[in-house]
Ligand binder design. Structure first.
Ligand code: SAH
Length: 248
């Protein structure tokens, strides 16, 4: 098995040792069952990567002796930054989208209230939901050993999402599109530095939303004749773009 990498805070490191309790302890010791003598990699928010050996495992904390350190190569630096602009889906589907999207290398997630989103996010729920969603991407980043944690942010509607857009390539996955296939659009496009993809909720996009995104430079594309669930569309588009332009 290759050495596992953990995302840590630079504050955990002191005098040649790093010690952890809480989530990292649980993941290292309880979930992965690592123990004394096992080697691990630690990556912090400043881009440093440490190699170390587990030195001591106590009941609620673990200490790692640092054996070497280096600054991380900018991982996947040639891949475009991909923003998933996702209409809020029902129930806990969003958890899946955030978790799998993080594994597949999404740069960040913009969630927005779609006109046909059944799920609504009240103003007073925003803070706690965002905290929870950002915890999911942090946990998934740790799990898959990617550097950096995708940020999850909220926009009340497609209008705010479209208005905020700065990405070079802009796509809207639209089930009503009959002409532009994703394949044609991607093969005709040079590799962009950033991409944003808008994905509708279970009920699909309202024509007004499609028009609004189009006015902001989003190209409507089809994923073919089958209608995918919103979470499938979101996960599939990331895998496709990573295959095309990322390091897959
Ligand atoms: N209820 C809608 C389908 C919504 S599917 C209907 O029956 O028409 C949810 C979202 O996934 C869509 O808004 C779109 O963003 C994406 N999607 C699913 N299948 C797609 C396809 N074949 N082409 C493009 N986008 C698709």
């Amino acid at each position: 098995m290759s050495t596992r990498r953990f995302m840590i805070s630079s504050r955990a490191i002191r005098d040649g040792y790093a010690s952890f309790d809480g989530d990292i302890y649980n993941h290292m010791v309880r979930v992965l069952r690592l123990g004394t003598g096992d080697t691990v990699q630690l990556a912090d928010e400043k881009g440093m990567v440490y190699s170390g050996t587990i030195d001591q495992v106590a009941k609620e904390w673990v200490a790692v002796k640092i054996t070497s350190s280096s600054s991380a190569p900018p991982s996947d630096s040639t891949a475009p930054r991909i923003t998933i602009c996702q209409a809020l889906p029902k129930g806990d589907k969003i958890d899946l989208i955030l978790q799998k999207g993080t594994e597949l290398g999404a740069h960040d997630f913009w969630l927005f209230g779609g006109r046909r989103s059944v799920a609504k996010l009240r103003d007073d729920q925003q803070e706690s939901k965002l905290e929870r969603w950002n915890r999911i991407t942090a946990e998934a980043s740790r799990q898959c050993g990617r550097p950096g944690i995708p940020e999850v942010s909220w926009r009340p509607s497609a209008v705010e999402a479209a208005n905020d857009t700065e990405q070079e390539l802009r796509l809207i996955l639209w089930e009503g599109e009959r002409e532009n296939s994703l394949k044609d659009v991607l093969s005709a496009s040079g590799k962009p530095t950033s991409v944003i993809v808008a994905i509708g909720p279970e009920g699909g996009f309202d024509p007004l939303e499609v028009r609004h995104f189009s006015q902001h430079g989003f190209l409507p594309v089809s994923l073919g004749s089958r209608i995918l669930r919103t979470e499938t569309a979101s996960i599939a588009i990331l895998a496709i773009i990573q295959y095309m332009w990322g390091e897959m």
